[in-house]
Ligand binder design. Sequence first.
Ligand code: SAM
Ligand code: GLN
Length: 283
Amino acid sequence: MNTAVTVRELIQSAATKLAQAGCDAAKLDAELLLMFVWSIARTDLIIRAHDPVPEAIQESFYTLIQRRAQREPLAYIIGEKEFWSRSFQVTPDVLVPRPETEHLIEAVLEYFPDQKGHYHFCDIGTGSGIIGITLACEYPNAHIIATDISEPALKVSETNAIKHCVENRITFKQGDMLEPLEKTEIAFNAIISNPPYVAEHEMEALEEELSHEPRNALTDESDGLTFLTDILTGGPSYLQTGGFIMLETGPCGLPDTPNTLNFERIIHDLAGHARGGIYRFTA
Ligand code: SAM
Ligand code: GLN
């Protein structure tokens, strides 16, 4: 490799390669990967734009660009993703946190404005732990139960809980949907979940990046509604009267509301699309 290649030239050629591979934010990804392999800040990319890049850095960078060109998610390559302004470890055992899931956090903050409250929250299908851990950080007196069927995912979420110093207020439980709650005596203030809701027939049309994510984090292998329905029908048994269920959803929409719950409202994303629902247990 030519050692006289400058920062600007290297980013430009990598961005072209990534764009040809179909990556959306090709230049940004190239910049982030160079910052990652070289341990430099974004400002350095500008200050050093005309400096040569050391050959060893070029080689490491090129390896990562090859991976990204195979459409491996950037978050898996650099091993982290930001959610609600905090950094979370991510591995291929967990879904890459999505910005739209932040709407669930907004909803909890809106319905539970007293951040000093001693609440009990439950996060079903916690994955990297982003929902439960963010709530533990935002509500320093809250206790959280976070569940997942995947043991490798729970290892990642436990690491993230320690990273954010909330491991004493989160209990992680392995099991199928609400089943791990059966032995708990807690009546929750809210159950929050971003369950797998991609319908089986939608899987093939998804961006290539999603084929690197755990399939059972994305789809119920059916119409997308299975887990949403399970949580809405089973959830009220574990809620205080007046407690909430807050769900993220996608193109499959939301299932019919069971009689035990009142539908409060739809959650919309910034583009105005319906991305979830809020329900209240009033019985
Ligand atoms: N909460 C994380 C987030 O918002 O990024 C991950 C959400 S991901 C869409 C769904 C999660 O549900 C995955 O971590 C997956 O392992 C878990 N899951 C899939 N089937 C499950 C089941 N039957 N019971 C419990 N969790 C399940
Ligand atoms: N939001 C994911 C997507 O990009 C789906 C995650 C889920 O099924 N909960 O399709």
